[in-house]
Design a protein around this ligand. Sequence first.
Ligand SMILES: *Cc1c(COP(=O)(O)O)cnc(C)c1O
Length: 425
Amino acid sequence: MTTPFYGSDYDALEQFDPDIAGVLLSELDRLRGGLQLIASENLSSPAVLTALGSTLSNKYAEGYPGRRYYGGCSEVDKAETIAIDRCKALFEADHANVQPHSGASANQAVYGAFMKPGETILSMSLPHGGHLTHGTKMSFSGKWFNAVNYGVDKETEDIDYDEVEALAKEHQPKVILAGGSAIPRLIDFERFRKIADEVGAIFWVDAAHFIGLVAGKAIPSPVPYADVVSFTTHKVLRGPRSGALVCKEEHAKALDRAVFPMMQGGPQMHTIAAKAVNFKECATPEYATYAKQVIANAQQLATSLGEKGIRPTTGGTDTHLSLHDLQGINVTGADAELRADAAGIVLNKNAIPFDPQKPNIASGIRVGSPSVTTQGMGVEEMKQIADLIHKAITEGDGDPDHAVAKEVRAQVTDLVGRFPAYPRG
Ligand SMILES: *Cc1c(COP(=O)(O)O)cnc(C)c1O
């Protein structure tokens, strides 16, 4: 194989730095050897990884295409222009900014564009499915801004839109934010837009988790409704670890200025090139098929776990993830995470709405289908995975040498052998 640039020279790395070369290989083995059910993770393509490992990483390009603060930007300008054009086309958006380094950085820019310190944002509470950057006290967002939170309804466990409306009228927020990290259901963007209009607020959607499903046209898009949409590019979307923003034309200048120079310095041009590759991938019929299968798989996994007494909150899912209440089987989220891990199944503990446990223990788990769907698994495999999860977390004890852990791990090995991540040759 010819090597078009130095980034792909693994052999040279191995010779110079066997310590780090070894980590690259053993991480690949770890990915290949287990079931990856973390809802916010995926397996990006070799094409995306190739762009990420390129010499574009060297280039300083503060500013935007055609308006840089450095010379020598002719080539990276092409990459960023392509990324912007593809992003706008993919999401049918007026304007795109592809420079945010991550989801949190994209969110920082939204605050920078629309809010002054001390102003009020209305967002979903973290324990009900929101995100750290939505105004929690540990984050810049809660230290510098006044966050008022809505939550989910106790019966439906879905967003309580009447509460959103009442809080909006009471607190007159500058910005209303929809989206989060543990929301299994579709969000009613039209209702949010109406509420925002009633109180004259900016409507922001943080689509970090589900934007890939929008890209694949598997669920409705927030873009026609929201003033601004922030997202990550590494979750269902399956691109490089990064972030991006789209917005209405009227906000374009403010948003661009908020990304640079307000919040960030030089953009990561290798990552921007990888985002361009990813946006091209997302526009293919194969990706649309993938996005639909992600949802079908998540729904099957939620149903099958439910049949085993591992109750999905809200009764199921419309997206790529489900949240499960373990109280019915008397296991904590922390124990479930440990026991699954010992059996080769990677998932995370998660607070459920109205959780009686502390967040570091939690009563739930969150599972997602993006990675296993990338590996080619379908609904039949989801039924088997549900059985394996149930066995591992009800009969295991967290010790990888426990007989149950070994038995489940053998079946996991067989399953991922039939549906390999990053197949060899
Ligand atoms: C993942 C996520 C983020 C943060 O993305 P990072 O790339 O980890 O900074 C922000 N908002 C939501 C809703 C997320 O799920």
